[in-house]
Design a protein around this ligand. Sequence first.
Ligand code: IPM
Ligand code: MG
Length: 353
Amino acid sequence: MARVLLLPGDGIGPEVTEEARQVLVRVAPDLELQEGRIGGCAIDADGTPLSEASLAKARACGLVLLGAVGGPKWDGLAPEQRPEKGLLRIRKELGLFANLRPARVLDALADASPLRREAVAGVDLIVVRELTGGIYYGEPRGRSDEDGARRALNTMVYDEDEVARIARVAFEIAKGRRKRVTNIHKANVLEVCQLWNEVVEEVARDYPEVELEHQLVDSAAMLLLRDAARFDVLLCPNLFGDILSDEAAMLTGSLGMLASASLGAPGRGLFEPVHGSAPDIAGQDKANPLGAILSVAMLLEHGLARSREAERVRQAVEQVLDQGYRTPDLVRGPQGLGVGTREMGKRVREALG
Ligand code: IPM
Ligand code: MG
C-alpha cells in the first residue's frame, strides 16, 4: 500500500494541509497516511527543523505532502537553524532535483489578477526549477568577517550532469505540452550560466520536436508581465526559478492558487503549495486551501500515476471557482461568495461528489 507523509509545518500550513488531507482521503481512501514535523514547529518540539526521525519517515513513505514552513518567531535564527533549512534539507536528502510549478490562469479568476485580464488571458505555463543545486547549496558559503569588516559569500555552481538531468525533465514535459522550452539564464554575466546554456543546447538535440529559446532572467521577468501567454515551459536554475515562479503565480490571481511537485527518483516526491506560511493570517480561517488541494492533484498524478483522480480534483477546484466561491486573497473587483479555508475545502469535497 502506498504511504504518504503529511508535514503540515507552520503558519497556515496546518490549516491548508488539513483541507488537502480530506480531499486526498476522499479520492484515494486506500492510502496510508502518516504525520510528521518540519520547520519552526519542529525546532520547538525537536530542537531542529527536520529531525532524523522525520527524515526517516519521509524516506520510508517516499511521498510527502507539505504545508509551509517559517514565521516571525524563528526569524532571528542563523540560516543553518532556521525553519527553511528543514525544507532545503528534505529536498536534498530525498534527491528531489526537479521542481514543477504550473501556473494557469483560470477564466473564473482572470479578474483576480493584479494585471489586466487581457495581459493574463490564456496564460498556461510551467516553471521547471532545478531544486537541489545552484546558489542554494553551493560551497564555499558563509560569513568571513576580516579585520572588523563584515563580509559574506555564496557560490552559484552547477555540474554538467545536474544541468542535463533537469533540462531533460523540461524537454520531456514540453513534449506533452506546446513543445516550447524557454531557458532562463544570465550568461551575459555569469560563467555558470554559460555552461548551463551549453548543456541545455546539447540536451535539446535529443528533442528536435521541441523548440528551444533562451531568455535572460531580467528580460523574462519583464515578459511575464507583458506577454506571459507566450511561455510554455520555463527551465530555470534554482534561484531564478524561485523568483520567477512567485511572479508567475501572481498572474493567476493569487499565490494561494499555486501547487508544486518536487520530484527525483520514481516513487519519490514532495508536494506543496507555493505560498509560504503567511503568519499574519494563520489560524484565522482566511487562507486559501486551493494551492494545497491542487498539490494533492499533483501527488496523485506524479507520485501515484493516478491521472484520472488528479483530473477529478482539478475539475472540482474549477467548479467551486466557477460557482463564485472566493477566499479573501482571490477577491479583487466584483465580490464573489466570500468563504474561509474550511468552507472552501468543504465545497471542493462536495464538488467531488
Ligand atoms: C520556495 C520557497 C523556499 C525556497 C524557501 C522557503 C526556502 O521560497 O519554495 O519557493 O526559496 O525555495
Ligand atoms: Mg519561493
